[in-house]
Design a protein around this ligand. Structure first.
Ligand code: ATP
Ligand code: F6P
Ligand code: MG
Length: 552
């Protein structure tokens, strides 16, 4: 969150009505090409953006930001007409589609936007909005002109095949597209592998399988080779499914395409089993993972309660964010302790993990412990020589906290001082969970993501990631997805619910709590006005167009 320095120029203001509707839509459309050059206050002055590099990402395009009344801010996504102003448009073929033509107001009003925060005070500024996803009345591609491709990158996640299937079927059934290529093996597949032709027939039942039929990889992102391949193959719609690293790569591809002036749309579909993607409500596959994790937790519980002083330890995925562990714990009710990367813990002494385990064993005769793979990394590094290795994408390789913790617990209770017989079983279901097909609700979610991406691409939007914001699908500029990771906020209500359900110690000192409170709160919390560092009042926001959206 940052407030806007008073010295920055007030941007060109668009007249947005109090209901958020831009009164004359044509006026808005006419302004669209100039919007990309509207200087965003606080952004151009932001050293992270001025230097052009942040988290390895080159950000060259000014964000498209539109300011309205009462602190309304639209963080818009790029459009092909930003750099190709004279493109022709065509009526959306969906208007003649028997399934969709009967729907009242099927087409999204082009001024519709989705609010990032829906909990507001009566004096709150209206805050940040994103362009609403969905089909537009006019499209920028004729059906037989479209040559789409799909690529999946990063780690596996339940639902990848469903998204592939629904992009292929959606393009084909809704827009009559026949040329769709699958890029094999992630980003490097653009220049190092063959492509496969995808049709509704070939993808018909792939949603029932785990993994990705296209294969995936880490590393191998070579922007100019990728864009050469897109150009050489005559591809004009690129659908990129992947996590934060993938979206950074997608942003660079978009920048290069724009630099070359190509009529090529780049659409990102966010994927991560860890649910660590910022802005969106939830990532696909997360629900399926939490559900599948219940099987491992149940097994750990059965094993633990069947023996004297039984301890079941389950490791779940979550490199930097403990969402899977937190939700799996909350869902299960059999878990006595959940450890996540966001909440440091310690083993020995008063208030430590060993003391709590002993207490639970004495009270209950058994216990279940869930640990996210990224938890306790610093603690382990103090004990062991840290490897400091990275994978091909530059992600830090983690030490195995499950094995380490299990050994530490065994050693502690076997020590001469303690001499307490325990029976510990360690279950690592991480890759088994990641490899399952998506569950029913994720399947529906994947379908909506795919459709939103297709509608956006056909309408000429580009350089966006699609996803639900407060339940409504929106087009989100890449930089908003890649500039921060979503994490469990340990001063938030959800973590408090977990602590009260497991009765575990918080392992936090008073100082830890104070530090955590000072950290940025998540965008879903009520922050407007309250979190402006320089104390800009709502009136400043309204009168001077100053942005204070509480999200940076
Ligand atoms: N900063 C970056 N710039 C360009 N490309 C990147 C960047 N970071 C990662 N990539 C590319 O994106 C792809 C996937 O990245 P990564 O392995 O980090 O997975 P991810 O998309 O973050 O998914 P997940 O972490 O959920 O498995 C890789 O091919 C990698 O080369
Ligand atoms: O073993 P891999 O494929 O590199 O992936 C492991 C990582 O990928 C993730 O599943 C994210 O995709 C993390 O939870 C995990 O740390
Ligand atoms: Mg990642």
């Amino acid at each position: 969150m940052e407030s806007v320095p008073n010295s920055t120029p007030v941007p060109q203001k668009l007249h947005v009505g109090s209901n958020g509707i831009i009164p004359n839509s044509n006026h808005f459309l006419d302004l669209r090409s100039s919007l990309s050059s509207v200087e965003a206050p606080g952004r151009n002055g932001d050293p992270k953006l001025q230097s052009g590099r942040k988290m390895g990402l080159e950000i060259k395009t000014n964000p498209k930001i539109v300011y309205g009344e009462a602190g309304y801010v639209l963080e818009d996504v790029p459009h092909l007409t930003d750099y190709m102003p004279d493109l022709p448009t065509y009526p959306n073929p969906l208007q003649d589609n028997p399934a969709y033509s009967v729907v009242k107001q099927y087409f999204v009003n082009r001024d519709d936007t989705v609010a990032q925060k829906i909990v507001v005070h009566k004096t709150s500024p209206r805050g940040t909005h994103f362009r609403r996803a969905g089909p537009r009345q006019r499209v920028y591609f004729e059906s037989d002109e479209v040559h789409a491709c799909i690529v999946t990158c990063g780690g596996l996640c339940p639902g990848l095949n469903t998204v592939i299937r629904e992009i292929v079927c959606g393009l084909s059934h809704m827009y009559g597209v026949t040329k769709i290529l699958g890029i094999e093996g992630g980003y490097r597949g653009f220049y190092a592998r063959n492509t496969i032709s995808l049709t509704p027939k070939t993808v018909n039942d792939i949603h029932k399988r785990g993994g990705t039929i296209l294969g995936t990889s880490r590393g191998g992102h070579d922007t100019s080779k990728i864009v050469d391949s897109i150009q050489d193959r005559g591809i004009n719609q690129v659908y990129i499914i992947g996590g934060d690293g993938t979206q950074k790569g997608a942003s660079m591809i978009f920048e290069e395409i724009q630099r070359r002036g190509l009529k090529v749309v780049v659409a990102g579909i966010p994927k991560t089993i860890d649910n660590d993607i910022a802005v969106i409500d939830k990532s696909f596959g997360f629900d399926s993972a939490v559900e599948e994790a219940q099987r491992a937790i149940n097994a750990a519980h059965v094993e633990a309660e069947s023996v004297e002083n039984g301890i079941g330890v389950v490791k779940l995925m979550g490199r930097y964010s403990g969402f899977i562990a937190m939700y799996a714990t909350l869902a299960s009710r059999d878990v006595d302790c959940c450890l996540i990367p966001e909440s440091p813990f310690y083993l020995e002494g008063k208030g430590g993990l060993f003391e709590y385990i002993e207490k639970r064993l004495k009270e209950n005769g058994h216990m279940v412990l869930v640990v996210a793979e990224g938890a306790g990394q610093e603690l382990m590094a103090e004990n062991m020589r840290s490897m400091g290795h990275e994978d091909a994408s530059g992600n830090k390789l983690l030490l195995d906290v499950g094995l380490w913790l299990s050994q530490k617990i065994k050693d502690h209770f076997a020590s001469r001082k303690k001499k307490m017989a325990i029976n510990l079983k360690y279950i690592d279901p991480t890759y088994m969970i990641r490899a399952i097909p998506s569950n029913a609700s994720d399947n529906v979610y994947c379908t909506l993501l795919a459709h939103s991406a297709i509608h956006g691409a056909m309408a000429g939007y580009t350089g966006f990631t699609v996803g639900p914001v407060n339940g409504r699908h929106a087009y989100i500029p890449f930089h908003r997805i890649t500039e921060a990771q979503n994490k469990v906020v340990i001063t938030d209500r959800m973590w408090a619910r977990l602590l009260s359900s497991t009765n575990q110690p918080s392992f936090l000192s008073h100082k830890d709590v104070e530090d955590a409170r000072k950290e940025e709160a998540p965008p879903t919390q009520l922050l407007d006005g309250e979190n402006c560092k320089d104390g800009h009042h709502v009136k400043d926001v309204v009168d001077n167009g100053l942005a204070c959206n509480g999200t940076r």
